[in-house]
Design a protein around this ligand. Structure first.
Ligand SMILES: Nc1nc2c(c(=O)[nH]1)N[C@H]1C(S)=C(S)[C@@H](COP(=O)(O)OP(=O)(O)OC[C@H]3O[C@@H](n4cnc5c(N)ncnc54)[C@H](O)[C@@H]3O)O[C@H]1N2
Ligand code: MOO
Ligand SMILES: [Mg+2]
Length: 419
């Protein structure tokens, strides 16, 4: 199968990966451990919000009717019957001719239907029981009514949402000390290639250090998976297949890098010929990383990315991360494509759509994308500065500066080009 490959689009490839890919089980975690997790079900309000009528100001709770005709020149005098701090439950009712001193956030006393701020009142003396109201109020003025923001039982966060700081505020408000989230997928990582050294090993002729594994494990963790780094994969097929089988037992899916093209030792490409291994695809219309491959073995997914670091990085964004998001039940599986003006001409011809790493700038409300010229598939030192992929359509002339191209953003742009 190494040489006969059917080329499919990115959309088709992702579609095949996500088919029959069920969401993982729900688990309960402590709210303090839930940041970044994906909600497993809708979250409903366990009470009204605010839970009681409360004052948004420091001032006096009054009956609006008592303030009729009040002005600075002719303030209306009221008798103060109580001071209510936030957290208190009022003991007294506000009856005609009276008022209660009230702090911001404090519960509104019965009988009151408006609040006037201190700045619009005056008191004859510090110890005086009298307050003079200098402005007429309408009923309901300066009040936060019970349930005005959320009613008990309404949905306040939805299944599939990634928990961020704002979500945590909602979960805390409604008392979700334990949060229903989706279990994190365990993602096995195997790197092929006898040329690979560990990070801490000195370089020896002909060999290189393994940079894909740690890069992929970071992308997996950032997306909400648990990377499980497995040691070396032999180049001989029977041993490799056995090793892959052992690894698959311990994880939800396996990601490999390298060995997917047509080389003599491209063990992943050979694996596609095994009878008990089903091939999802082994060539996608992308550059770099066109030999990216996906397999099903022992009923689990193997995402076989290219060994070229640049291609591996792209393949992980296009194929691995949507799989993880789907397993996590996250609402947004595919990164949205936006449009931007190409900042400079990129005219290298390519038979496939080229996903060019790049950076985004914004000028007078328009988005510009600037190609990363260090664009050989095996190059890696500009990945750390990559903010997006500009998609240069296939064909002879590439795209000219100022033409619109599609862009997939993968980090929040820094909006500048200087290094
Ligand atoms: N005759 C052909 N040769 C190649 C073709 C082709 O169609 N015909 N495809 C090219 C394309 S396109 C790509 S992409 C690569 C895919 O390569 P593999 O997935 O088979 O990757 P390897 O051959 O194992 O390695 C490629 C390259 O990357 C280095 N590498 C591998 N693993 C790592 C790692 N973990 N960390 C860092 N670098 C890694 C490896 O040493 C090679 O230099 O095939 C082209 N060839
Ligand atoms: O598709 Mo490859 O990554 O261009 O060599
Ligand atoms: Mg190869």
């Amino acid at each position: 199968m190494r040489f006969q490959r059917q080329t499919i689009s990115v959309e088709e490839a992702v579609g095949r990966l996500l088919t029959d890919l069920g969401r993982l089980e729900e688990e309960q975690v402590d709210i303090y451990e839930s940041y970044g997790r994906i909600l497993a079900r809708d979250i409903t309000a366990t009470s009204d919000l605010p839970p009681f009528d409360r004052s948004p100001l420091d001032g006096f709770a009054v009956r609006a009717e008592d303030t009729a005709g009040a002005t600075v020149e002719q303030p209306v005098p009221l008798q103060v019957v109580e001071t209510i701090a936030a957290g208190d439950v009022p003991a007294k009712e506000v009856t005609p001719g009276t008022a209660s001193r009230i702090m911001t956030g404090a519960m509104l006393p019965p009988g009151a239907n408006a609040v006037i701020m201190f700045e619009q009142t005056e008191q004859p003396g510090e110890m005086s029981r009298e307050v003079r109201i200098k402005r007429q109020l309408a009923p309901g003025e300066n009040l936060s009514r019970q349930g005005e923001e959320m009613q008990q039982g309404s949905v306040v966060a939805k299944a599939g949402e990634r928990i961020n700081a704002g979500t945590l505020a909602i979960l805390a408000t409604f008392g979700y000390a334990r949060v229903p989230v989706v279990r994190k997928p365990r993602v096995g990582l195997l790197s092929t290639g006898t040329e690979l050294l560990e990070v801490d090993e000195p370089l020896v002729p002909g060999k290189i250090r393994n940079s894909n594994a740690i890069m992929l494990s970071a992308m997996i963790a950032e997306t909400g998976g648990i990377p499980v780094l497995f040691e070396g994969l032999p180049d001989e097929l029977p041993l490799a297949k056995k090793r892959i089988g052992e690894c698959l037992e311990q994880v939800d899916l396996l990601v490999t890098s390298g060995g997917v093209s047509v080389g003599d030792y491209d063990v992943m490409a050979y694996l596609t010929d095994e009878p008990d291994v089903s091939l999802l695809f082994n060539r996608v219309a992308i550059r770099p990383g066109s030999p990216t491959t996906a397999l099903l073995y022992q009923n689990k997914l193997i995402c076989a990315l290219s060994g070229n670091p640049g291609a591996c990085f792209l393949g992980a964004h296009l194929f691995l991360l949507p799989v993880l998001r789907s397993l996590l039940g996250e609402g947004k599986v595919q990164t949205k494509r936006i449009k931007a003006f190409l900042g400079e001409t990129y005219d290298k011809p390519c038979p496939y759509p080229r996903y060019l790493r790049g950076k985004l700038t914004e000028e007078k409300g328009s988005l510009y994308v600037w190609p990363d010229w260090n664009d050989k598939a095996g190059n890696l030192c500009t990945m750390s500065k990559s903010e997006c992929f500009a998609i240069i359509p296939p064909g002879g002339r590439g795209k000219l500066a100022g033409e619109v191209v599609e862009v997939i953003c993968h980090v929040m742009p820094g909006w500048s080009r200087e290094e």
